[in-house]
Design a protein. Structure first.
Lengths: 101, 510, 860
């Protein structure tokens, strides 16, 4: 059975939802980070699927951008997490409420 | 221009005093010297002005510069017979007041003399201003230095006294300000001369005229002070330093009587005629009341202070007898009171500096210890008492004569008779004071240590005495400085008002 | 100005004396007591003598000028134009030399010089010797101003000036206290001044009225105007003062408005016409009035000419008439306007003069100061309180004789009872009797003389009140002689007694030089601790042997005062009595008022003789009743010589000055009889009015009335003998013995009803009132309560309310409220800021969802 667009979209949605829920519910900064990556990749999947469906390379192009950004993000984000970990000895985001009004 | 210079010339003294510090020469004596010299120069200038002054009934040396043209406010100065003696008196009294405080003031000397000179500016301005707005500015301005003079260098209750002085006089002035604004806006000018010319504009309605009259009258009556408004006076006088009392009695009170002559009579002649009996009654009550209250005092300075109420009663009575003798006598008596009472305050000051008390029963037999001082004090006392041949009598008699011939007081002889009892009472309280302080046995050891006057004190007393005797014996030059102006005032304001009042009676008569 | 030009010198010399002694006298004395005193005393005396010399020269100058008065104007004093009433208040310093003023000058400077010389001895050793002479000269100066001035104002200057000197001299020993420690001398001095000031009040009122009535205060002008307006009938002329046009005035007539207006306008006549038409009823009256004014103008002119007789003085007069257009005195009939009749106005003026005179000349009701004034040194009592100052009231009335006679002529009576000159006479007569009786009860040698002075002044006042001006002046002069003599004699006695007392206690016996020095600073003070009073007659007695000269002259003075023939007092007192009796028992019809005066004065004369007899007896006769009296001795020559001179004057003064015709009217040798009468005729204007028939003044008889003289002499001798051999025959034997009169009603006089009234009732009441007014009314009520409690405190209270409730809770509330709302809001808002990233993320999601929903909705 040939995989049609709906399946890809569905998978992308599921991945995105899992990522979003992960971001919203998890406490561990690394996991949140991973969830964010998952959401990004869900978006990538959607891009690729639509590019295939429309026979247009624009979507593929965007995926490269996203991956580049994600890589940069990982670099910065992990550095931040490491720095936070160094000062706080943990990476539970609930403890990071310095912005609380 | 000359008058501007005259008014503000004390500021030169102020500037010099302020310059001492940058030049590193600031000493108390230096400050005193500069203050005295500048006041002496001003006195010499005003004396020359007074001598050269020829009264022709009109304003002279007029300065008229626009200030706030849109409101008709101008910087207007001028001098005439009604003010020339007052200007002279201001410079004379200021000079002696400054000189008299050389020893008495020993802290914050610089501020003290600056305030004295500023006060002189204010007083000069009051007597020279010919614009109601400008007048009001100067009028209120005099309060400030006086407030500080009492409040900083005064006696124990000085803060109370200075605030009372300030608020009391200020409260009265506000009504005057209202009246001034009313007239100024209505006539579109604040120039006194022009306002007098168009006085029917706001005087046609009797009610309005009476209200305006009262607005001015209350401000001036508080300053004078006319009988029920005198309550600030004993406080201010007893608490003020000697020089402050001298200026207060000598000049500041005269601003009130001067105001009546300068503003009330020419601006509101009909109201003046209407209110003359009332004011005369208050004046007579003041004469008797002030004298009686004086008599009971145990504090010499307070006694002298209350005597002012009595004396100023005479002045008011003279002015509101509304004839030449009374008005001229009233103006001259203002000068006389400045001299006699100023001298009396100085006398009290001399005693106070040595004994640090003013209680009458602390003294007695001072004559034995201080013969020269006592003789001079006797003459001053007698002048205040109105002994003929000294200045007090000249003014008092002119006033009583004017009262007897007053066309507005109804049965004037009754007024005169009551007012004349002031002459008896003056003898009663002043001789009582003199007896208790100077005569009797010299039985208190503190008094035996009193030393007679030093040259500075002698010179000040003699300066007072020269004029006390001069005015007493030959007052004609003084009367001549104001005769024409008073005549003009009568011609242009009072006589028409009297005629109008007479017509009113005619129309009522059957 | 010919030789009258020397007149101002009479004032200048005393002033030089004042300056010399006032500025330098003390230095001289401090430098060398003996020489300094001589300089100080003699310089002052020399100045007095120089003035006397000027007075004498003026006498001759005046004679050379045929008695025409002359006025020397020095410079202006007052000069106020009163244009609104067409008057000029012009008062020069001017000296009037006429026979009256020269008479007074002679008396004042003559007696004054003697007293100056006497005082050199009397005041010897006093610590304030030069001050004393300064005052004496100053007194002389003011007294001379009083009598030389040509106007009432100058008279008043002198009037108050002598009052001042009196004050200073009574309080000369101001340190002296009584047992209770109050300064009695100063109290006496103040009492004198204040009592005099009561009289001065009347003087001021009288002068103001005079000025507004006559437009001047110069004697000649006033009298001329008064006469001009009086015309033939002073009762009819009407006077207007400016205030007599008010509605409130007594008689409200329709003419009010007219007269009012008319006086306001410069031109009399026109105004009258205008209104004459307006009000028909009064038209005629007004026309009359207009004419009358014209007549009146002429009358003034006539008078101006008449005044030429009186010498150059009319120059002034003419001048002042120039600016004196709307004449306030008018011929309109009294009932027609609001003015009052000239008679009534003059009555007011003269009655006020009388009050002034009662103050200065110590009459009922103001005489109470004079007895106390004896606290001053004795020369002062002699000079001021006997011979000169106290007579100024008489001088005033004599000077104003025209006014008094016009009142008499007008028939105007105060309250319909008594005319003012008659009142003057009765005040004098009653005072004479009353003070005479009080004198009975005194033990102080000077107090007796003081009351005697009051009594004698009563004689003079009575005389001038009856119109016997010359008699009054005559008595004034003779009284100056013998009363000065008596006072100085009593001073000599006191001096002697003090020295006797001093010898007794301090310095053993006979150290004469020393005792001269000792009396001095503590003169009169209780030098020795005990309460010996050298003035108490009960401690005296038998002094005729210790002090023969004093005794002799005192005897002369006492007999002269008692009116014993032929001493001075006899002639002068008799002239007064003769005047009273001859006019009282006049053939044309009895004048009741003069009979009363005659009776009272006769009683007073008896009293005089009696108390003088008593005094002579107690002081000089009998045995010494105190050790001091035994040791008393005669005074130095500077004191006794003036006494001898005065004794001579007291003996011959009466006969020489004004000897009446002894045997009918036509036996007189020219110039010897009635010299004073002829002399004063030239300045007492009302005499010439009598001759001209304008006034009907009661005439003093020119011939000695044997009946009156005999009767009074018999009474006087009887009274003296009665006192001598009867009542005080051989009493009192000791100083403690009671006076025989002490149990009689006469003694009640000693309680001094008037003095008690003043000192025990009036003064304490005044003090009480003054205290209440000052401390309760003015301070506690007006100052503390009204100003502080009712104005300041409520204000402070209100400002507290304002600051705490309104401001803090109101204004601040609003301001703070805004903040608080913001705060609360932010509190609410901050809840959203959890700081949890996921929350922020959630909000991002929610935002996305909302955006999507929005787009979706918009799309659909």
């Amino acid at each position: 059975m040939e995989a049609n667009l709906e399946w890809y979209i569905g998978l992308s949605t599921i991945l995105f939802t899992i990522g979003a829920l992960g971001v919203l519910t998890r406490r561990n900064a690394i996991i949140i980070f991973m969830s964010v990556e998952m959401m990004l990749n869900a978006a990538n999947l959607a891009f690729v699927a639509f590019a295939r469906h429309h026979a247009n390379l624009d979507g593929q192009l965007f995926v490269f951008f996203v991956m580049t950004v994600a890589a940069a993000e990982v670099a910065v984000g992990l550095a931040l997490i490491v720095a936070i970990f160094r000062s706080k000895q943990n990476i539970n985001v609930d403890d990071l409420n310095l912005l609380k009004g | 221009m000359a008058l501007t210079l005259l008014t503000f010339s004390p500021l030169i003294g102020v500037a010099l005093i302020l310059l001492l510090k940058p030049f590193g020469r600031e000493t108390d004596d230096g400050i005193r010297g500069i203050a005295l010299i500048s006041s002496v120069i001003i006195f010499v200038v005003t004396s020359a002005l007074t001598i050269a002054f020829e009264d022709n009934g009109a304003l002279q040396m007029v300065v008229d510069v626009d200030w706030i043209p849109s409101l008709g406010i101008g910087y207007r100065l001028g001098i005439d017979g009604l003010s020339v003696l007052m200007v002279w008196l201001t410079s004379f009294i200021s000079m002696l007041a400054i000189w008299s405080s050389f020893k008495a003031i020993d802290h914050q000397v610089k501020q003290y003399y600056i305030f004295m000179l500023l006060l002189e500016v204010g007083m000069m301005g009051v007597f020279l201003a010919q614009d109601l707005f400008l007048f009001y500015v100067f009028w209120e301005f005099t309060l400030v230095p006086m407030y500080f003079l009492i409040g900083i260098w005064g006696g124990k209750e000085r803060v109370y006294a200075s605030i009372k002085f300030f608020l009391y006089t200020m409260a009265g002035s506000l009504l005057m300000l209202l009246a001034i604004l009313y007239m100024g806006i209505k006539a579109d000018t604040f120039s006194l001369v022009e306002l007098i010319a168009v006085r029917d504009l706001f005087g046609a309605d009797e009610m309005v005229q009476n209200m305006l009259f009262l607005g001015f009258a209350i401000a001036f009556a508080i300053k004078v002070p006319v009988f029920p408004f005198h309550s600030w006076l004993p406080d201010a006088h007893t608490q003020a330093p000697t020089a402050g009392s001298i200026i207060l009695a000598g000049v500041l009170l005269k601003m009130g009587t001067y105001g009546f002559v300068r503003f009330n009579l020419p601006l509101f002649p009909d109201a003046s005629v209407n209110f003359a009996p009332l004011i005369a009654v208050l004046a007579i009550i003041g004469i008797i009341y002030g004298a009686v209250v004086s008599f009971a005092q145990t504090d010499v300075k307070k006694l002298v202070a209350y005597s002012s109420v009595s004396h100023l009663g005479f002045v008011m009575l003279g002015i509101f007898s509304l004839n030449e003798a009374g008005i001229q006598g009233g103006i001259l008596q203002g000068v006389n009171h400045g001299l006699s009472t100023g001298a009396l305050f100085f006398m009290v000051g001399v005693l106070y500096e040595q004994r640090h008390t003013r209680a009458m029963d602390a003294f007695g037999g001072v004559w034995k210890a201080m013969p020269v001082f006592s003789v001079l004090s006797l003459v001053i006392t007698l002048s205040s008492m109105g002994l003929p041949g000294l200045n007090g009598f000249v003014g008092e008699f002119s006033i009583l004569l004017g009262t007897m011939g007053s066309p507005v007081l109804g049965p004037a002889w009754i007024y005169t008779a009551f007012a004349t009892t002031g002459v008896i009472l003056a003898a009663v309280y002043l001789l009582w004071m003199f007896q208790n302080v100077f005569m009797g046995p010299l039985d208190k050891p503190e008094n035996q240590k009193l030393v007679d006057v030093n040259p500075r004190e002698l010179a000040i007393m003699l300066a007072f005495l020269v004029f006390i005797v001069w005015i007493g014996v030959a007052p004609s030059p003084y009367f001549n400085t104001m005769g024409e102006s008073v005549a003009a005032l009568m011609d242009t304001a009072i006589t028409p008002a009297l005629e109008q009042a007479a017509t009113a009676i005619t129309s009522v008569a059957p | 100005m010919n030789t009258f030009g020397i007149a101002p010198l009479i004032l200048i010399f005393p002033i030089i004396g004042v300056l010399f002694n006032g500025l330098a006298g003390r230095r001289f004395i401090e430098h060398d007591r003996e020489i300094g005193e001589r300089w100080s005393g003699w310089f002052a005396s020399a100045m007095a003598l120089m003035s006397f010399a000027i007075a004498v020269s003026l006498f001759f100058v005046l004679r050379g000028n045929e008695y025409h008065a002359e006025t020397i104007t020095l410079f202006d004093w007052f000069n106020i134009q009163i244009a609104s009433w067409g008057m000029n208040f012009h008062i020069p310093w001017a000296i009037q030399v006429d026979t009256l003023s020269v008479t007074m000058m002679l008396v004042v400077t003559g007696v004054g010089s003697l007293i100056h010389i006497y005082a050199i001895g009397y005041m010897h050793g006093d610590a304030n010797f030069s001050r004393f002479f300064t005052y004496l000269n100053l007194f002389l100066f003011f007294m001379l101003i009083l009598i030389t001035g040509n106007n009432y104002m100058m008279l008043f200057v002198g009037w108050e000036g002598v009052g001042l000197c009196s004050f200073l001299l009574i309080g000369f020993w101001f340190e002296q206290t009584d047992e209770k420690g109050s300064a009695v001398n100063v109290d006496a001095a103040r009492k004198a001044f204040v009592a005099n000031r009561v009289g001065d009040l009347a003087m001021i009122l009288a002068m103001s009225l005079t000025f507004w009535t006559f437009g001047s205060l110069t004697f000649d002008t006033v009298f001329a105007e008064a006469l001009a307006h009086a015309g033939d009938d002073p009762g009819a002329a009407v006077v207007y003062l400016p205030w007599m046009f008010e509605e409130e005035s007594e008689a409200i007539e329709p003419a009010v408005a007219i007269t009012h207006d008319e006086m306001m306008t410069d031109d009399h006549g026109e105004a009258v016409d205008d209104h004459g038409e307006a009000i028909d009823d009064h038209g005629e009256a007004m026309d009359d009035h207009g004419e009358a004014t014209d007549d009146h103008g002429e009358a003034v002119d006539d008078h101006g000419e008449a005044m030429d007789d009186h010498g150059e003085a009319t120059d002034d007069h003419g001048e002042s008439k120039g600016h004196y257009t709307p004449v306030p005195v008018d011929h309109q009939h009294a009932s027609g306007g609001l003015g009052i009749s000239l008679g009534a106005m003059l009555t007011a003026i003269t009655a006020l003069f009388l009050i002034g005179a009662t103050g200065k000349s110590a009459q009922i009701p103001l005489f109470v100061w004079l007895p106390d004034a004896m606290a001053g040194p004795t020369p002062v009592s002699a000079l001021i309180h006997a011979a000169t100052m106290v007579t100024s009231g008489i001088y005033l009335i004599v000077r104003s004789n025209v006014l008094f006679e016009l009142v008499r002529e007008s028939g105007y009576e105060m309250f319909g009872l008594i005319s003012s000159p008659t009142l003057v006479a009765y005040v004098g007569a009653f005072t004479a009797v009353y003070a005479g009786l009080i004198a009975f009860t005194q033990f102080d040698i000077k107090k007796v003389l003081a009351y005697s002075t009051v009594s004698q002044l009563g004689f003079m006042i009575a005389a001038v009140g009856m119109g016997a001006y010359v008699a009054g002046m005559f008595h004034l002069i003779t009284h100056a002689f013998f009363k000065a003599l008596l006072f100085m004699g009593s001073g000599s006695v006191i001096h002697g007694m003090e020295h006797g007392h001093h010898d007794l206690h301090g310095h053993g016996h006979g150290d004469d030089d020393h005792d001269e020095d000792a009396h001095g600073d503590e003169h009169h003070a209780e030098a020795h601790g005990d309460h010996f009073d050298p003035q108490d007659m009960r401690t005296m007695g038998g002094l005729r042997e210790q002090m023969p000269i004093t005794f002799a002259v005192y005897m002369v003075g006492a007999l002269a005062l008692a009116g014993i023939f032929p001493l001075a007092g006899f002639w002068s007192k008799d002239e007064i009595l003769a005047h009273a009796s001859s006019n009282g028992f006049h053939p044309d019809g009895w004048q009741f008022e003069f009979i009363g005066v005659y009776a009272l004065l006769s009683i007073a004369a008896v009293c005089t003789a009696f108390y003088m007899g008593r005094q002579l007896k107690m002081v000089f006769f009998g045995e010494p009743r105190h050790e001091a009296a035994k040791h008393a001795h005669e005074s130095p020559p500077t004191m006794t010589y003036p006494l001898i001179v005065l004794a001579g004057l007291s003996i011959f003064g009466g006969m020489v000055l004004n000897l009446p015709y002894l045997f009918g009217e036509h036996d007189h040798a020219e110039g010897f009889y009635l010299m004073l009468e002829q002399w004063l005729h030239h300045s007492i204007t009302s005499f010439s009015l009598t001759e001209a028939g304008i006034v009907h003044m009661p005439h003093t008889p020119l011939t000695l009335s044997y009946m009156v003289a005999g009767l009074s002499t018999i009474l006087a001798v009887g009274a003296i003998l009665g006192a001598f051999y009867g009542l005080y025959g051989n009493r009192p034997q000791t100083a403690d013995e009671k006076d025989p009169l002490e149990s009689t009603p006469i003694w009640w006089m000693a309680v001094l009803p008037l003095n008690t009234l003043y000192m025990d009732y009036l003064v304490p009441v005044f003090n009480r009132v003054a205290d209440w007014t000052a401390f309760r009314l003015d301070w506690e009520i007006w100052h503390d309560m009204v100003h502080d409690k009712l104005i300041r405190d409520p204000f402070v209270g209100a400002s507290k309310v304002a600051s705490e409730i309104w401001d803090r809770k109101g204004v601040d509330g609003v301001v703070n409220g805004v903040g608080r709302v913001a705060n609360w809001l932010s509190g609410v808002m901050r809840l959203s800021q959890t700081g949890f990233v996921r929350n922020y993320a959630l909000s991002v999601f929610l935002g996305v969802v909302l955006l999507l929903a929005y787009f979706w909705l918009m799309a659909s």
